[in-house]
Design a protein around this ligand. Structure first.
Ligand SMILES: [Zn+2]
Length: 374
């Protein structure tokens, strides 16, 4: 999933995303609740219409963001009280209020409100947060049921809105059922992960499952081990979503362990810092060696940036602080990950995923030093 936290995939138009082949966009309930406000988005006919994207959207509940506000929040069994990072105003998120926010936003997949803790948390702390997340899931299920029984959210009547050019709008977006995904927590403790997965499955029959609390400071081998535990516990015919993980090597390692969905701000954030993903590792376009380089960013890539522009030109855009430079790199990086997953799906269908992943990882790592050796 391309990440559009604030109802935009930074610097990319939905038309670009369609052309790239992106299938689903991620938005964030915490950010959109604070600005511009979920009720405002509801009155625009929901997030799809507001941002001009007629494909699927998933909204994260904001648990990760709220729990990242160290010192600005208070946790209780009821929920979390926090101050906005924008203006310091006071807010309370509970499982019930978050379901109302995600209902207003109208995404196709909505994540439960969960208690997120740092990656290396000791077992007692991880258990407390994981068990609270399961209790909050039960409250999310009840709250969403009540909202559904109340009918579709009171949105502006979509028929009264003019069709958006180039899209299939108006969509019945806000009245569709919305799939609630639970989130398996448990830190880096296999037994807690197992217990969380079983407790979640005892609450309901969900369309898909989030795997949360990973890539938050723990070592990579710990993350991989937790994915293997989740793989064994979750139904094989439902998508598993590894939250907040999106570097190319993590995607391939995740696919090998049964993960279907990923998101990460890496492609656009890295792009804005001048880093391009290639099959031979990362390339930093700001380096002097690219000043006279006529080749595209990645010679095997057919994205709009690589088809039309040289490394030398894109480097020039970066050193001149021209916005086209970061747009082109974001375009290339999102395209790279979309194509990587397309290749992985083809390898799964062909029954060659293990060999494909081994070869891909060997080539990628041959030229890339790991970011962290932790
Ligand atoms: Zn490209």
């Amino acid at each position: 999933m391309a990440v559009g936290t604030l109802a935009t995939v930074k610097s990319l138009d939905p038309v670009d995303l369609r052309e790239i082949g992106a299938q689903m966009i991620l938005g964030n309930a915490y950010h959109l609740h604070l600005r511009p406000g979920d009720e405002l988005i509801r009155d625009f006919g929901g997030l799809h219409r507001f941002m001009g994207w007629d494909g699927p959207i998933l909204t994260d509940s904001g648990g990760f963001q709220v729990f990242s506000l160290e010192g600005l929040r208070t946790v209780s069994e009821n929920g979390v009280e926090f101050r906005s990072h924008i203006d310091g105003s006071k807010h309370v998120f509970t499982p019930e209020s978050v379901m109302q926010i995600e209902r207003n936003l109208g995404a196709d997949v909505i994540m439960q409100f969960d208690h997120v803790i740092p990656g290396q948390s000791e077992e007692a702390k991880a258990r407390d947060a994981s068990e609270r997340s399961v209790r909050w899931l039960a409250r999310c299920v009840a709250a969403l049921d009540a909202l559904r029984r109340g009918g579709p959210p009171p949105t502006t009547n979509l028929r009264d809105l003019p069709p958006l050019p180039g899209t299939t709008f108006p969509l019945p977006a806000p009245s569709h059922p919305q799939a609630l995904f639970p989130i398996v927590q448990g830190g880096i403790h296999p037994q807690l992960r197992r217990e969380a997965a079983r407790a979640i499955r005892s609450i309901g029959d969900f369309h898909g499952f989030g795997i949360g609390g990973l890539s938050v400071g723990e070592a990579k081998p710990d993350m991989y081990r937790m994915l293997e535990v989740a793989d064994a516990e979750l139904p094989r015919d439902r998508p598993r979503y590894l939250m907040g993980v999106g570097f190319p090597e993590d995607l391939v390692e995740g696919v090998l362990r049964g993960v279907d969905l990923f998101d990460c701000v890496a492609p656009t954030r890295m792009g804005r810092n001048g880093a391009a993903f290639t099959n031979d590792g990362r390339l930093n376009i700001k380096r002097a060696e690219f000043r006279t380089d006529p080749r595209p960013l990645d010679e095997g890539c057919d994205c709009a940036a690589c088809r039309r522009f040289s490394r030398g030109y894109i480097r020039h855009l970066f050193t001149s602080d021209e916005i086209l430079g970061l747009r082109l790199l974001s375009l290339h990086n999102v395209h790279f990950l979309v194509r990587l997953m397309r290749d992985a799906r083809a390898a799964i269908r062909a029954g060659t995923i293990d060999a494909w992943a081994r070869d891909w990882l060997a080539r990628y790592h041959a030229n890339t030093r790991p970011v962290s050796t932790a």
